[in-house]
Design a protein. Structure first.
Length: 380
């Protein structure tokens, strides 16, 4: 497939390195991760040793000094290898950038190097039982008490929830000010009391990913753990980082759709019905033609958006459109591909069933499709 991105020889070398690591350290363990509902911390440490964590962060903070092209390569190779579970995308491209962009020099020096090695695993705690896309309605509070914040509240659906020990908590430092009273505060779970992890949630898909409830009961953290120079900047910080977060969903969606097309094309050529392969039926060819067209269009859109992000030109509304279109496209393609597998597609032993289930949440997290439409609609 033709790519417009400025990949160079170093990226080809990196892609080869990534694929060898995935084939060696991930593929043989996926079934166990699915059964356990979590990727062990040992895998994170190995990813850190291989230079696959915090790739976009400067070398002075333990990173590789890379950019979003390296993020794209990792996402594409994991999808092509049918590997699910590791929450490296959120760790690398959502949590670490918050610290890099809004953290003080001391905070960056303290947290990023250990995130790069995998010793520290990142999470961001936004969603609450009664608050999803409406982040202005969060109830978790952080009350200043001397040189500490006292945090109380509950979070849910938190990616890396069981493994994480560096959690960016979205909390109200001034409940009277609404969005302007929201702040981002880092909780180091190994250093505090009153923090508790709830159950590892059972989900429709993404069974190898630890997604959890988190509880904060008078958790005291130093005021120096605030991200930003002053309180009340949290909502703006969240909005500034959403374009990259939503583009990451788009990258993952297109990569997964490409993997589904590849898997399905191989299957229909082998599977026989009425004395000939399923691929020989016009309906199959037409379906796969539509799928290939959708995937190709998605690839072109996402590649162009990556170029825009790297040039600091990707705005929030474009990010919302990318997230809306690619996540809806991905699920439609997964459904079409699963249908071509027939009854076997409904069996968990066939990867297409897991891919279908895993794709469903892409239309929900990072802002639901309905919220994306509302944001886009406001600009018309």
């Amino acid at each position: 497939m033709i790519r417009s991105l400025p990949f160079e020889e170093e990226h080809d070398i990196f892609r080869s390195h990534v694929r060898k690591f995935i084939d060696r350290e991930c593929v043989p363990h996926v079934d166990q991760w699915l059964a356990d509902g979590i990727v062990p911390k040992e895998a994170w440490l190995k990813a850190g040793q291989a230079g696959l964590l915090c790739m976009s962060q400067p070398e002075e903070y333990g990173g590789a000094g890379g950019n979003f092209l390296h993020t794209t390569i990792l996402a594409e190779e994991m999808a092509d290898a049918l590997v699910e579970g590791p929450g490296w995308g959120l760790h690398n491209d959502i949590v670490a950038p918050y610290i890099a962009h809004y953290g003080s020099e001391d905070q960056r020096q303290k947290w990023l190097p250990k995130m790069a090695t995998g010793e520290n695993i990142g999470a961001i705690a936004m969603t609450e039982p009664g608050t999803g896309s409406d982040l202005q309605g969060i109830k978790t509070t952080a009350v200043k008490d001397g040189n500490h914040y006292v945090i109380n509240g509950q979070k849910t659906f938190i990616t890396n929830g069981q493994n994480s020990n560096i959690i960016i908590v979205v909390a109200k430092t001034d409940p009277e000010k609404g969005a302007k009273g929201t702040s981002l505060i880092v909780v180091e779970t190994d250093e505090v009391e009153g923090f508790k992890r709830g159950r590892n949630l059972e989900k429709l898909g993404q069974h190898a990913q630890d997604t959890s409830e988190l509880f904060f009961d008078d958790v005291r953290v130093p005021t120096s753990n605030l991200l930003g120079e002053e309180e009340g900047q949290g909502f703006v910080q969240l909005m500034e980082q959403l374009p990259q977060e939503r583009l990451l969903v788009g990258v993952q969606a297109v990569a997964a759709a490409e993997a589904a097309l590849k898997l399905t094309a191989e299957y229909v050529k082998e599977r026989k019905a009425f004395g000939r392969s399923i691929a020989d039926f016009q309906n199959t060819r037409f379906t796969l033609a539509e799928v290939k067209t959708q995937v190709t269009v998605g690839r072109m859109i996402v590649d162009r958006s990556i170029e825009m992000l790297m040039a600091n030109e990707l705005d929030a509304i474009t990010g919302a459109m990318i997230k809306l279109w690619t996540s809806e496209m991905e699920f439609k393609i997964m459904d079409e591909c699963l249908q071509l597998f027939g009854g076997y597609g409904y069996m968990s032993e066939y990867p297409i069933s897991r891919m279908w289930a895993g794709a469903r949440v892409q239309r929900i997290y990072a802002g639901t499709s309905e919220i994306m439409k509302e944001l886009i609609g406001r600009t018309i």
